[in-house]
Design a protein around this ligand. Structure first.
Ligand code: ARG
Length: 565
């Protein structure tokens, strides 16, 4: 039963569709007022009446029934109460029949959503700054997939530019095959830093580097072999982290993939009279739209990041015929995406409106004293994601060791908990907010953390193990704790949809925290094992359903729940 739609059907508001009315129905934070509510403020303008009058009027026209048992008008709100036993029976029944599919839907059927995320740069270390795009994108990928969309994960690799000429220069001057094989990306970074130090004194090196880059572009065998090697090496290293975080891609078409796909776009810009000459460079003037020009070709004829993004957008539309194309990229690139989207619009692409920049804030790490750990790529002081994960595994191990020293597979559990803590933390706030996290905070088993949710899941598993096989349940009396839990369970499908619509996986982390706290309150207030048979069976059913939903929520975030912890 979809209560929102049910209520919407019965609400008499002129000029609104059922969907619009359903969208206006909310779950109040405090269930003592009602199970669902309709804030009438939003209709005041159109209906030219006060919210209080609107609420009174709507109440008079709303006849309660078996499903919605009462309706009240209070201070401009309409509060509904549902038949609790009905809601409980329905919700539990649905969870037990749909299991790991509960919360999924087919609203996305036939629609493709491209998600450009993680999009790392070749030969650069994978640091904490890449965490958000990777886990946000990964979560959106799963959420859209869960809703029936055809989700396409794209890692738009940064694998093009003169820096690769510099790297080849540095490798030839100071590197060796064994050195790179052994040191991996760290060694490549060292070579790159070394190049910059050298080039300060010897600017002529830049000409050489440019020549090497040109050789890559012209298909020179040796340069391309080196470049391919650096690329494979980077992907192999980052692949380990992707595996750890449960991240997948359908395409690794990076910037260089568009080398031969830019010319048609440039031609089209020219044909449509959008290209302007400026100091020898080619630009699209965006002054009219309050933006600096979008640079398409440099005066030496070289293409830019923006040129490749234009080609990529056109290619994706043609190749995937997307319904939406999301770019999960830091807010620092706001202007870049506004420019790209505008240029495509000016080119007359009707689908330009379907491109979405999913911008997010900065992530930083706090040390033991609460000070931000400084990061600078140039000085080589980056916080590697690999190190953050490792540290979290160690800390999780210490905590488990002190709480539950006899636990089996402590190492494995510590891994799941440590990684879960990092992922959960990165998705714990509205994406646009900057986050600064400390190990102690994200690993706090009692805080609003991944481990807290995992711990709750393990607690439920333990209850279910102790209880043995569950008998059939019936729904009779329902107390407040039980109801609070059930109404949250009923709300999961809408939460998933809202997370997709607003591209906010944080709706799901927040939901998981609320669900875990509601369960813990229920667990402390209501005896399960040892209660009268019928009560016990009902409470076990609620517990089992809660576990299913917690696991579904965590799975969407890319987190698993250990059996015991
Ligand atoms: N590699 C880029 C960076 O690190 C991000 C690419 C984002 N995707 C895109 N289509 N521009 O800044």
């Amino acid at each position: 039963m979809d209560y929102r739609s049910y209520i919407a059907e019965k609400l008499k508001i002129d000029g609104l569709t059922v969907e619009e009315k359903a969208e206006a129905v909310v779950v109040p934070p405090d269930l003592s007022m009602g199970d669902y509510a309709l804030p009438c403020f939003r209709f005041a303008k159109v209906m030219r009446k006060s919210p209080v009058a609107i609420a009174e009027e709507l109440k008079a026209a709303f006849l309660p029934d078996d499903v919605i048992t009462s309706v009240e008008a209070v201070n401009g709100y309409l509060n509904f109460r549902v038949n609790k036993a009905g809601l409980a029976a329905e919700t539990l029944g649905r969870i037990f029949s749909e299991r790991e599919k509960y919360g999924s839907s087919d609203i996305g059927k036939g629609k493709t959503v491209c998600i450009d995320y993680s999009s790392i740069n070749i030969a650069k270390p994978f640091h904490i700054g890449h965490l958000s795009t990777t886990v946000l994108g990964g979560a959106l990928y799963r959420i859209f997939g869960f809703l029936g969309y055809n989700a396409v994960g794209i890692n738009h690799l940064g694998d093009y530019g003169t820096q690769f000429g510099k790297l080849i220069y540095a490798y030839k001057a100071w590197g060796s095959r064994e050195g790179v094989e052994k040191g991996g990306v760290k060694e490549l970074t060292r070579l790159y830093v070394k190049y910059h130090e050298y080039a300060e004194e010897h600017p002529e090196a830049d000409d050489e580097a440019r020549r090497y880059f040109k050789l890559i572009e012209d298909g020179d065998r040796e340069c391309n072999d080196l470049f391919t090697w650096f690329k494979e090496l980077t992907l192999k290293e980052v692949g380990k982290i992707y595996d750890e975080l449960g991240i997948k891609f359908d395409s690794y078409a990076g910037e260089s993939f568009y080398n031969d796909k830019m010319q048609p776009v440039i031609d089209e810009l020219e044909e449509k009279g959008l290209l302007k000459e400026s100091d020898g460079a080619k630009i699209v003037d965006l002054e009219e739209y309050g933006m600096p020009p979008c640079l398409i070709l440099r005066s030496d004829g070289a293409s830019l990041y923006a040129t490749r993004d234009l080609a990529a957008a056109c290619y994706r539309k043609e190749h995937y015929d997307f319904y939406k194309c999301l770019y999960v990229v830091a807010y620092q690139q706001n202007l870049h995406f506004r420019q790209i989207f505008k240029v495509l619009e000016l080119m007359g692409k009707p689908w330009a409106k379907d491109l979405v920049h999913v911008a997010y804030g900065m992530v930083s790490l706090l040390d033991e004293n609460g000070n931000q750990v400084a990061m600078s790529t140039r000085h080589g002081t980056v916080v590697l994601l690999e190190d953050v994960l490792k540290k979290c595994h160690e800390k999780a191990y210490e905590i488990i060791e002190s709480k539950n020293p006899d636990l089996e597979d402590k190492k494995e559990v510590a891994r799941t908990v440590g990684t879960g803590a990092v992922v959960f933390a990165a998705l714990s706030n509205s994406k646009i907010k900057d986050i600064a996290f400390s190990y102690d905070k994200i690993l706090n088993f009692d805080g609003e953390t991944g481990p807290y949710v995992q711990y709750t899941a393990a607690r439920i598993k333990s209850v279910l193990r102790k209880a043995g096989k569950r008998k059939a349940y019936t729904v009779a009396e329902i107390n407040d704790d039980e109801y609070a839990l059930i109404s949250l369970l009923a709300d999961f499908p809408d939460t998933v949809k809202a997370a997709a619509e607003k591209t906010e996986p944080f709706y799901i982390t927040r939901y998981a925290i609320n669900l875990a706290s509601a369960f813990n309150k229920f667990y402390f207030d209501c005896k399960i094992i040892g209660s009268e048979e019928s009560v016990k069976n009902f409470r076990l059913a609620i517990s089992e359903a809660t576990l299913t939903v917690i696991e579904n929520a965590l799975r969407l975030l890319g987190i698993s729940a250990p059996e015991r912890m």
